[in-house]
Design a protein around this ligand. Structure first.
Ligand SMILES: [Zn+2]
Length: 255
């Protein structure tokens, strides 16, 4: 079996993306060890690496329990709040997932948290809680400018790159995006598709960079329709895409 990406669920709406082949597995953001252990036992797989995008407990809470069972490298950001990280990675660093021979690049994408990173390569990006399908993370430790720059960098990845983000928020994100851009046809199509998936209890992910460019208001901050909607919310003309993003984020927080 060549490798594939499997979706493991944790908590209400977290995904633990799991790279696997017939013998090995690597997990991204194991907030909870239980679903990982259950899956690996059932499939008779050996864990070979953990990847962490940011320090929030629902992304790293399972690290310790997994490490007590499998001694594996933990790739993560320069942030002491994730104690278990064995290889702290800066922007532009690369890491190799053992046994898979897959090399991933690291991009620092602050905004949701100050030390958030993404892993990208082999046509995939693991974007944690920075870029969601049709949305972006809340600004807990970062500024609108940082989020704008982080999203802009992610949008420079190839269009066909598959986006694996940390939560199943797509349908509620689309509900907000449709208020911002009621005439966006791609968004309307995606809404139909996403609802069908959720009705079958299936993930709406991965997204792609192309899909985000077409549907995500937080990366479409230069689109006239998005700017006009942000202006209406703010009650004034916003002249900078950063201000448009800030207005959208504030609007969505109260949506
Ligand atoms: Zn988070």
């Amino acid at each position: 079996m060549s490798h594939q990406i499997v979706t493991l669920r944790a908590f209400a709406d977290n995904y633990i993306w799991t790279l696997r082949d017939s013998r090995y597995a690597a997990v991204v953001d194991p907030g909870d060890a239980r679903p990982v252990i259950d899956y690996l036992e059932r499939e008779k797989l050996e864990l070979v690496a953990i990847l962490n995008t940011h320090h929030h407990a629902d992304h790293v809470g399972g690290n310790a329990a997994l490490l007590s069972r499998w001694k594996v490298p933990v790739f993560g950001p320069h942030d002491e709040r994730i104690r278990e990280v064995t290889q702290r990675l800066k922007d532009g660093a690369r890491c190799t997932v053992p046994h898979f021979g897959i090399e991933l690049g690291v991009m620092e994408i602050p905004g949701h948290t100050r030390s958030h990173i993404a892993f990208h390569g082999s046509g995939m990006v693991f974007s944690g809680d920075t870029l969601f399908a049709v949305g972006c993370g809340r600004l807990f430790e970062g500024t609108p400018r940082q989020m704008h720059e982080s999203l802009s960098r992610l949008m420079k990845l190839p269009d066909e790159t598959r986006v694996y983000c940390g939560h199943e928020y797509t349908v509620s994100n689309i509900r907000f995006a449709r208020v911002v851009e009621p005439d966006n046809f791609a968004l309307r199509e995606l809404e139909t598709q996403a609802k069908l998936q959720r009705d079958k209890d299936l993930p709406t992910l991965p997204s792609t960079i192309a899909q985000e460019k077409a549907t995500n208001p937080f990366v479409r901050v230069n689109e006239p329709a998005v700017v006009a909607a942000a202006n209406r919310f703010a009650g004034k003309a916003l002249n900078d895409p950063v201000d448009v993003l800030a207005a959208l984020r504030e609007w969505k927080n109260g949506f």
